[in-house]
Design a protein around this ligand. Structure first.
Ligand SMILES: [Zn+2]
Ligand SMILES: [Zn+2]
Length: 176
């Protein structure tokens, strides 16, 4: 069985990843291994937007394990964007088997609400399931309760569950 590397980036603590790993193992039936943390220099971020470009992050992540044969999931504290999207919660490439999630806009504080670890953890879990789902070749799902539903905002994230609907789950098993 291939392992999935879990890579903490910048201010993400190893402890948070260690809590996340068993929840993801349950859904993907793969072993997760914590990778050595990656620090991205602030000079790599877009200075005007104060955001990191998705492709830049993927390139840096790939550089940490050039001979990787399994999947890699990065978790970062900073804001992310990609071409045609002013921000993203996360994304993936199924050809490169790589995914990343940003906690930046999943924190209640971002919406002027008080910090809530349980709410943050559940949102991060949902977006990690979503992004890794893409890395396994899953597309967006129209079921608003499914983890593969596209979140336009954090309210969509709060409305969905932290696992796949039956249809997506079957597809995942077929792709695995
Ligand atoms: Zn998506
Ligand atoms: Zn689904």
């Amino acid at each position: 069985m291939e392992k999935i590397g879990l890579l903490p980036i910048n201010a993400i603590g190893a402890q948070f990843c260690e809590r996340l790993a068993p929840c993801l193992e349950e859904r993907f039936l793969h072993k997760f291994a914590l990778e050595k943390p990656l620090t991205l220099s602030p000079s790599l971020a877009n200075a005007a937007r104060h955001q990191y470009f998705l492709t830049t992050v993927f390139n840096k992540m790939s550089g940490t394990s050039p001979n990787r044969d399994g999947f890699l999931l990065g978790l970062m504290s900073d804001d992310l964007y990609k071409t045609s999207h002013s921000f993203i919660f996360g994304d993936a490439s199924d050809t490169d088997r790589i995914a990343v999630v940003s906690t930046f806009r999943l924190r209640p504080e971002f919406y002027n609400e008080k910090p809530d670890d349980a709410a943050l953890f559940n949102r991060v879990l949902k977006e990690c399931v979503h992004a890794l789902g893409h890395a396994f070749g899953l597309k967006h799902c129209y079921n608003a309760r499914c983890a593969m539903y596209y979140s336009h905002s954090v309210y969509d994230t709060d409305g969905k569950q932290n696992y796949f609907c039956d249809t997506c789950d079957k597809r995942l098993r077929a792709n695995r």
